[in-house]
Design a protein around this ligand. Structure first.
Ligand SMILES: Nc1ncnc2c1ncn2[C@@H]1O[C@H](COP(=O)(O)OP(=O)(O)O)[C@@H](O)[C@H]1O
Ligand SMILES: [Mg+2]
Length: 256
């Protein structure tokens, strides 16, 4: 199923149960500039992978390729046929009620009950008939997650889905994604700029740089994770260091 030079993104052959994502020699060029340059990546079925990297390093480009939204590539990108994406902006159609937004783009004539179940799973059962403009930022992002879930994805692609949320809503949304992942058992590739979020949720954290996966850290901390755990702090500091950000040090309080 794989194609090389100017290859299309193709579904993983159904007999391949060893990987949810298999990317090899992937390159993407914009105006003669190689943003992705021979990238290699494998994601196991059911694995939660977080992808970090400085702004503009090509994270969203990679996600769009895996989502099948950008086919102008070189190399191979194998992904499951059932995949779903949620972006930072929830992208709800303002003229459709929430439940219709959740079903948007599904083949056939899906039942309202399908949307209701997905909305209940993200804690939005009371907003089924609401118009998108009446939702809070957190609610809109939950609706966007419900829209991903009705697709029953084997691979969930999330591009900074909590980026626009306030701190408290963000913590709740992170918890929700962690729970959904554990319940559904799908592979997740989460793009984030938040090192703490990556260590909180992922089995493995990748750092993208110079068009490739330049670094990876396995996170073996038990779940649910505690950010005050010393092991957590150590991993966070290592990753910040890898990203070229100095970890904050405690500022001594001047004696009175
Ligand atoms: N459609 C496009 N046309 C031209 N350049 C693009 C396009 N999409 C992305 N780029 C460029 O590719 C680089 C990587 O972008 P992006 O993948 O969005 O970065 P990230 O998500 O890591 O912040 C940026 O320099 C961006 O300007
Ligand atoms: Mg991006």
């Amino acid at each position: 199923m794989a194609t090389d030079v100017h290859g299309a993104v193709t579904p993983t052959p159904s007999e391949d149960h060893s990987a949810a994502v298999r990317v090899s020699g992937l390159s993407r060029t914009f105006d003669g500039r190689r943003v992705i340059d021979g990238l290699e990546l494998t994601v196991r079925p059911g694995e939660f992978v977080a992808l970090l990297g400085r702004s503009g390093c090509g994270k969203s480009t990679l996600l769009k390729i895996l989502a099948g939204l950008d086919r102008d590539i070189q190399g191979t990108a194998l992904v499951p046929r059932r995949k779903a994406t949620a972006f930072q902006a929830p992208r709800l159609m303002p003229w459709k009620r929430v439940w219709r937004n959740v079903l948007l783009g599904l083949p056939g004539k899906p039942e309202r009950a399908l949307a209701e179940r997905a909305l209940a799973e993200v804690g939005l059962d009371h907003r089924v008939d609401a118009w998108p403009k009446t939702l809070s930022g957190g609610e809109a992002q939950r609706a966007s997650l419900a829209r991903a879930l009705v697709r029953e994805p084997d691979l969930l692609l999330l591009d900074e889905p909590f980026g626009a949320l306030d701190a408290l809503t963000r913590i709740k949304a992170q918890r929700l994604v962690g729970e959904l992942w554990q319940r559904r058992g799908c592979a997740v590739l989460l793009v984030t700029h938040d090192v703490e979020e990556a260590v909180l949720l992922a089995d493995r954290v990748l750092v993208m740089d110079d068009g490739v996966i330049a670094h990876e850290t396995r996170i073996d901390l038990p779940r649910p994770r505690d950010i005050s755990d010393p092991g957590f702090g150590e991993l966070r500091a290592q990753l910040l260091d890898r990203l070229g950000v100095e970890a904050p040090t405690a500022t001594p309080v001047p004696a009175a």
